[in-house]
Design a protein around this ligand. Structure first.
Ligand SMILES: Nc1nc2c(ncn2[C@@H]2O[C@H](COP(=O)(O)OP(=O)(O)O)[C@@H](O)[C@H]2O)c(=O)[nH]1
Ligand SMILES: [Mg+2]
Length: 358
């Protein structure tokens, strides 16, 4: 993007200030901050393209905002970023609390930045509005990664609905990609519907498990196993090595019972110890193998476009729903109809018909 006239004049005005600081539009706007509370859209977009983390964080905050004015700005930023997005590998990580997701992401993230990758870690946390971001609230646990220049960790967006949180995360992915992050890791807990939402925004979906605990105990639903491209049994260290090996055999056998995936990829089971940093590289190699295979058979791009179609429909559905329920007349009539149903004075279908036609 070209430096606008406004920015050029700002550049002139600030000639006395150390030049390296004012080479990108975002930095210029920072200087203008006294006059302008929010950087312009152009400045934010330029900042993102220049891999400026402050600009990226600000843009994400706009995406997460409920303010209509911010939303409009956010949409424009996303639009500008879209051509530079898409060039990444998106990985979803799920598993019950305590399985070791944060520890695993830190180990994998460190390996990736070590080989020259730029890693962004995001979270979809359906409980975040209650617990104020329980997943990446433990950002401090990822101490090494937090301090890594080539990593960006963003605690989960809070929101009233999973749909809202998921939409914000999808848009945040676009912004991170435009800011040059080539590996996006999205963490979620395997409860509620969050894993389905994450599955629909990533290329590779990884389920972290523990050995020796039944599925029910781990709160894992059958559906998640079906979605997984890999099951990684964590904490395969110390006394747990033996049960972990047994679990590997069992899971591999169980996975064979599922029908072939559209990706033609056979889900793999592997062991690791996130804490001891063992087995992490082979998980990464597995992910690369998946990428290679699905790019060759074109599944990779097919999946991304069907995900985009899914999100289009999902957004329409969400909007229609909220438009309907936010109508004042619907709000008042809905409670009346619910009461009538309770008193057997109407049927759910007649009531729905009535409300929909208001
Ligand atoms: N022994 C062992 N402990 C681990 C391993 N990975 C994580 N932990 C421990 O398990 C606990 C939960 O880990 P955490 O990463 O916060 O789990 P999360 O809730 O899934 O994010 C912490 O005390 C970790 O130190 C591992 O590979 N081996
Ligand atoms: Mg965690």
């Amino acid at each position: 993007m070209k430096t606008s006239k406004k920015h050029k004049s700002a550049l002139k005005e600030n000639e006395g200030i150390s030049p390296p600081e004012i080479t990108d539009a975002f930095a210029i706007t920072k200087i203008q901050k006294k006059r302008q509370t929010q950087p312009s859209i152009e400045a934010l977009v330029n900042g993102i393209f220049n891999q400026n983390i402050t600009a990226l964080s600000r843009a994400i905050t706009l995406v997460e905002s409920k303010n209509a004015n911010h939303l409009e700005k956010a949409n424009q930023i996303i639009k500008a970023c879209l051509p530079k997005a898409n060039n990444s590998l998106r990985i979803g990580i799920t598993g019950v609390p305590g399985v070791g997701k944060s520890t695993f992401i830190e180990a994998l993230g460190k390996h990736l930045t070590g080989i020259g990758k730029k890693v962004a870690v995001l979270a979809v946390d359906p409980s975040s509005s209650l617990t104020k971001g329980s997943i990446l609230g433990d950002k401090t646990r990822m101490e090494d990664l937090v301090n890594d220049q080539n990593a960006y960790i963003r605690p989960s967006a809070s929101g009233d609905t999973l749909g809202g949180v998921a939409r914000k995360t999808r848009e945040t992915i676009i912004l991170c990609e435009a800011a040059g992050f080539d590996t996006i890791i999205i963490e979620t807990v395997g409860v509620g519907q969050s894993e389905t939402a994450v599955h629909s925004m990533v290329d590779f979906f990884l389920l972290l498990k523990l050995a020796g605990a039944g599925d029910e105990l781990q709160g894992i639903k059958r559906g998640i196993i079906e979605m997984a491209d890999a099951i990684v049994i964590n904490k395969a260290d110390g006394d747990t090595i033996k049960p972990a090996k047994l679990a590997k055999v069992e899971f591999s056998r169980a996975l064979h019972l599922y029908p072939e995936k559209d990706s033609k990829w056979t889900p793999k089971v592997s062991l690791c110890s996130a804490l001891k940093n063992e087995g992490i590289v082979s998980v990464w190699d597995m992910i690369l193998e998946y990428e290679k295979q699905t790019k060759e058979n074109k599944f990779f791009t097919t999946k991304r476009s069907s995900q985009n179609q899914f999100w289009l429909l999902q957004t329409i559905e969400d909007r229609l729903k909220s438009n309907f329920f936010e109508k004042t007349i619907v709000k008042s009539e809905l409670s009346k109809q619910l009461k009538l149903i309770e008193e057997h004075k109407t049927t759910p279908f007649a009531a729905a018909e009535y409300l929909l036609n208001l």
